[in-house]
Write a protein that binds this ligand. Sequence first.
Ligand code: GDD
Ligand code: MG
Length: 371
Amino acid sequence: MASTQAVILVGGKGTRLRPLTSNRPKPIVPLVDRPFMAYMLEWVASHGITDVVMCCGFLADQMVEEIGDGEAYGLHITWVSEPEPRGTAGALWYAHPHLRDERFLMLNGDVLTDMDLSAQIAQHERTGATGTLALVPVEDPTAYGLVRLHEDQSVRGFLEKPTPEQIDTDLISAGAYVLEPSIFDLIPKDRLVSIEREVWPKLVGHGLYGCVHRGKYWMDIGTPQRYLEGTQDILAWRVRTKVAERLRDGPVDPGATVGDGAVVDRASLVDTGARVGDRATIGAGSIVGPGATIGDDAILQNAVVLAGATVGAGARLRDCIVGIDAVLGDGVVMSDAAMVGDGAHVAEGNVLSHGLRVGPGAQVAPGTLWF
Ligand code: GDD
Ligand code: MG
């Protein structure tokens, strides 16, 4: 077990999370108090993985700078940057020179989960599979890869992004696979290849199995709504993460200050150097990032305010995201997954809702936005 290698795919552009991903790749978008990728690395490390091959495309330098060689997570990370995107299976060829000739893990780099990887590896060995897919039940499988199973856990059918009429099970591929090196025989070289669309269908009936993870947390964090939901779930301990250890002593970091009469919910975080004004409310699922300032009487509910941002007095923020060093004037109202990019200034008297996004560095004059 200890020697299993994990390939993590982080080549996607993360366009649905803009402006959070306008100037940084999705894996290092801050989530609660650490880059998103930290959750994946802490998760794999907790299952005895010591060796990670990170396959990147977009803005790799920034990622390398932030995550480093993996030592902080007890891992050794090899960074592979792709001269051109070759898809989820094509990317494996770039990792190939760094893999030992033995079974390995392949992970989509955009899921927040505490699935039991050790159990999945154990099942893979028991069945003698060529590939074992992690499976989780979801309400709506249309955005995912649908997996039909035989009773012995072998895969009967794989359908990427099924139409509603095709859905006859709630099990989907969760983006974590145990693979034998023989998988490379099924991946054409030197062109774009999707593992979901070209490789799994070929492997059905030839050693493709599914490992069902029930009662575990699983979420693809790629949209603003799911990012906010993931934030809430980490803060409420619905997913097993290292953040729980830190929150044990309460939601206010010892290096933060909270004004008179302010209320801070247990399932929130006021991080180091942050300042919360008098009578302000920091509701469940909210983050006040390092060095951020919340004005007097402001109300936050499931609102994420990133490092160094300033929120004016009396602002009302619900289900929204405020970028690093952004500034919101007094009384600004945000809701419904509205997002303000890093360094943007939104003056007083603006109302941002319905998924409205203000780009990084933008200047919004007083009373310009009403929806
Ligand atoms: N390195 C690299 N190169 N990574 C890539 C490339 C590439 O060319 N293309 C995609 N990726 C990465 C993405 O960054 C992401 O981490 C992962 O591969 C999956 O790609 P997505 O674009 O996020 O796919 P999806 O979410 O629509 O579907 C996949 O994940 C679902 C679970 O979240 C499929 O694997 C589905 O079958 C699965 O259900
Ligand atoms: Mg995805």
